[in-house]
Design a protein around this ligand. Structure first.
Ligand SMILES: C[S@@+](CC[C@H](N)C(=O)[O-])C[C@H]1O[C@@H](n2cnc3c(N)ncnc32)[C@H](O)[C@@H]1O
Length: 224
């Protein structure tokens, strides 16, 4: 188990083996997929705020990074309308199967879903916006960030929400945060500043905390 200053301890570790992290995540979501949506009620307002930060306009294109079961798809689809396009991808076949069902039931013909690792994603064009909603493993991977930013047009908006450690004065609670995160990620830990690999790649960066300090909401833009 991590010490209370787990973020500092974990960041001293060598970079994780990406294949092992991915395999661990796929296995966790194999077990978690069926019950996943039922756990997301409390974070629904954060999902709405994160999508709103994208400032999407009708006709734009947006990428739902690690889209999971597709809970954000209705919000994104509503924001870009009939003339826009939503792309989503996830490496977990169990999570993506639910997203595919959601798209089929809604009858959307401008939502594409791909079963792929973030690290391997290639899109035919460049999107106007990227949503990272609770995608910790992806944000800790330099190669995933490289691949995803290559799918964005210059000036594209990036909105990110996720879990982080409480501030130091609440450090004893961070054991609970670590264990909570452990259930959802192949590489749990590195929760002090989980955005610190993508933030330097963006401009107009802004960040605020949510959930009494154990969450964050951030926005930036891909440099022109
Ligand atoms: C906590 S879930 C969030 C799902 C969705 N974004 C949401 O807000 O409900 C994290 C998702 O990231 C996916 N994921 C983790 N690492 C990935 C990677 N390297 N490539 C693609 N998907 C990944 C997992 O399979 C999982 O569906």
């Amino acid at each position: 188990l991590p010490p209370t200053d787990a973020g500092a301890a974990m960041s001293a570790q060598p970079p994780a083996d990406e294949d092992a992290v991915r395999a661990a995540s796929i296995e966790k979501y194999r077990k978690r997929a069926a019950g996943y949506d039922a756990t997301c009620g409390p974070t629904w307002p954060i999902r709405e705020r994160t999508v709103a930060l994208l400032g999407l306009q009708a006709g734009q294109s947006v990428l739902d990074v690690g889209c999971g079961t597709g809970l954000s798809l209705p919000l994104l689809r509503a924001a870009v309308g009939d003339t826009g396009r939503v792309h989503g991808f996830d490496q977990s076949p169990d999570m993506l199967a639910q997203a595919r069902r959601r798209v089929a039931e809604a009858g959307w013909d401008n939502v594409d879903l791909f079963e792929t690792a973030a690290q391997d994603l290639r899109l035919p064009g460049r999107v106007d916006a990227l949503l990272f909603h609770y995608t910790h493993d992806i944000l800790r991977s330099h190669s995933a960030i490289d691949a995803l930013l290559a799918c964005a047009r210059p000036g594209a908006v990036v909105a990110i929400a996720g879990i982080k450690y409480f501030p130091r004065w609440l450090a004893p609670l961070n054991l609970w945060v670590y264990l909570k995160n452990h259930g959802y990620n192949g590489a749990p830990g590195e929760l002090r500043t989980p955005w610190d690999r993508i933030a330097p790649r963006l401009v107009d960066w802004s960040i605020s905390t949510t959930q009494y300090g154990m969450g964050y909401l951030a926005r930036g833009r891909v440099p022109e």
